[in-house]
Design a protein around this ligand. Sequence first.
Ligand SMILES: NC(=O)c1ccc[n+]([C@@H]2O[C@H](COP(=O)([O-])OP(=O)(O)OC[C@H]3O[C@@H](n4cnc5c(N)ncnc54)[C@H](O)[C@@H]3O)[C@@H](O)[C@H]2O)c1
Length: 364
Amino acid sequence: MTGRIKVGLIGIGNCFSGLIQGIEYYRQNPSQEVTGIIHANLAGYGIHDVDFVCGFDVGANKIGKPLNEAIYEYPNMVDWIPKDSMPKTPAKVYESPALDGVGLWVENRIKPIESTKTDEELAKEIKGILKETGVEILVSYLPVGSDKVTEFWAQICLDTNTAFVNCIPSFIASDEKWAKKFEDKNIPVIGDDIKGQVGATIVHRTLAKLCSDRGTKIEKTYQINVGGNTDFLNMKEQDRLASKRISKTESVQSQLATRLDDDQIYVGPSDFIPFLGNTKLMFMRIEGRQWANIPYNMEVRLEVDDKANSAGIVIDAIRLAKIALDRGVGGPIKPASAYLMKHPIEQMADVKAKEDCESFVAGK
Ligand SMILES: NC(=O)c1ccc[n+]([C@@H]2O[C@H](COP(=O)([O-])OP(=O)(O)OC[C@H]3O[C@@H](n4cnc5c(N)ncnc54)[C@H](O)[C@@H]3O)[C@@H](O)[C@H]2O)c1
């Protein structure tokens, strides 16, 4: 079964701006090969079959605007398509409850609306908007540390039979309690924490697995990331980072034959360098031992546009959630979560996750 996919967006920041501008880039350049995507076609769904029908944020400068304008509002900085050539859309941005979404370091950039509504009033209003716009899937790109907001939106999904794609490290699809709620209601959930296309996590995981599979003994490893957008600025607040560290560290640990002691592995977002903008730099080092206990080490420096890196993955997650809906499959979609997310309910080697995902798409 194919058709349109109606998607609602939570957190209209740089990631959604990149996703929407990327789709428009391919529309305006039809002869351009669709790069930066694993599957051009997934069970009949292409990248142009997605309709973004509404969005939710707390930024006073985004609420009330159509999506085609809101995605350019400060502090967003993706500018791949000029604002005036972005087609107009009737889809608007509505108010989300702030709860724990806005961190100390980013508050003066986000400038959240001074709300006059209670969270209950907003929940009622949101359910009405989802019904009116026909949303089938909600995708969350909230800031790191938004655990309460994520739970608010997970509950909205459960109350409205809406599938959920959770791109951030607040655990829902990988949390037994929440996963069961989605299972009981047979609603698909894919999460948690999007794994970039060629991002720090997948590169580190793959190289760690290679060293482990080749029989060397990994003794220690680190991964340091820096960037210059609000995502990195927000992550300067250490209290918001607990689940991000778990998500990124477990993603690497899960690929090793023998787990490293906690003090022999460091994986973390590390600092904000304003002039980097959406460029993310990753520095990774693995140290280990080979035959006759002889030491070796490797270092990698990766430079990527962080937003291009996530959009090519989330467009697959959206279509996989739709395929699950079409087929009446609910609960955590395990192969899709293992393939596309850093912290799935069940970690798999990436090659196996890709194969299982493709079997799922093929209906096997
Ligand atoms: N490669 C990647 O970009 C990548 C990879 C993995 C995870 N992520 C995660 O995706 C998330 C989004 O990244 P981004 O760069 O778009 O961040 P961003 O800071 O640009 O956008 C976050 C948006 O959420 C809004 N927001 C804050 N509180 C809210 C609330 N209570 N309700 C609704 N909206 C709220 C902000 O106003 C902002 O528009 C981050 O958590 C990031 O860590 C990104």
